[in-house]
Design a protein around this ligand. Sequence first.
Ligand code: ATP
Length: 375
Amino acid sequence: MTAPAERSHAGESPSSRWGRRGTAGATIAARLDFENVSRAFDGVTAVNDVSLSVEPGEVLCLLGHSGCGKTTLLRIAAGVERQTSGRVLINEREVAGPSVFQPPERRGVGLMFQDYALFPHLTIGENVAFGLTHLGRQDARETALRALDRVGLKSYVDDYPHALSGGEQQRVALARAIAPRPGVLLMDEPFSGLDRRLRDAVRDETLSVLRETRATCMLVTHDPEEAMRMGDRIALMRKGRLVQLGSADDLYNHPVDLFAARFFSELEDLEASAGDGEVETVFGRFPASGIARGQAVDVCVRPQGILLGEPGEGIAGRVTRRRFLGEVDLVEVAVSGRDRPLQARLRDGGRFAVGMDVGVRLDPRDVLAFERERD
Ligand code: ATP
């Protein structure tokens, strides 16, 4: 069944549609720690010795390709999966360890998944009140109403989920997750079922609800843009391991390896040799900290760091193709001393025609060099 379209709210901004700020109750933010957590399934290690702390009130995005172990780590924090070894602590209290295993309902965590998981036979109000078992019926309804008000859906309290669009159902799922005021909110690809236009609005408003409720949040995503947009910090995972942890700026500008760099931008490979603290390419020498003379290196450049100018300004090249992509042009340029053309992303690419001779330079800020990994 196709979800119904969003109900019309003519003339309202997405944020005003979501109700007034300040109506969601604040929670006491909790700290979440993973200590050397591993999980194997039939001999396959899904999570491999991960140690990670999510600070109170922080939004931490777990980022990685499909199958790298993100969901498993989140499920271990929730208590719906048991680790093979290691410990999980919430507010420095062990909730999962060699001899302790608290069930999800005792951990004070809220869960939100990509499929919304609303109960179809319960009204929106009953869905949101579902986890509020510690409250009386009337208090639970009032708390649910407050949470629905915060996401702009108070008037839907007596409707059933099938009457709501995908975006609205996702907002109900958010209301349900925040209603019990969990210290930690765990979200698994919460926006992946939404179309792009809706996704941006729901993401931004979810972030403001998180800030307002001050819940600590761990959010799983495979989308680097989402991680950069949502996360105070990003934990990049590969093959069950934590590869890099830092701000979006850290991961984009100082990736620890080629894998981390490729996650955030397309890269053009360059042939290069290593000197001490630098690499040499046909485009000249570029600083490369940590690189020693004679090492095998992987060197690459971001497409926006490929600069085209007049012939004589840099290495000789010829434009072989141009594609208009809206905000930028993709300009392919053949360069002497290189087998494959380079693809430059240029804001003013319209001034380059196919067949034109150009000079090619690289912006040193976009040249990345890594010692080659053995595998
Ligand atoms: P996706 O984004 O596709 O959900 P992910 O990064 O969240 O991927 P996980 O779902 O954590 O990855 O899975 C990590 C690995 O563990 C995968 O190889 C997966 O097949 C395996 N795995 C996860 N759960 C189980 C299970 N219950 N039984 C067997 N293998 C499992």
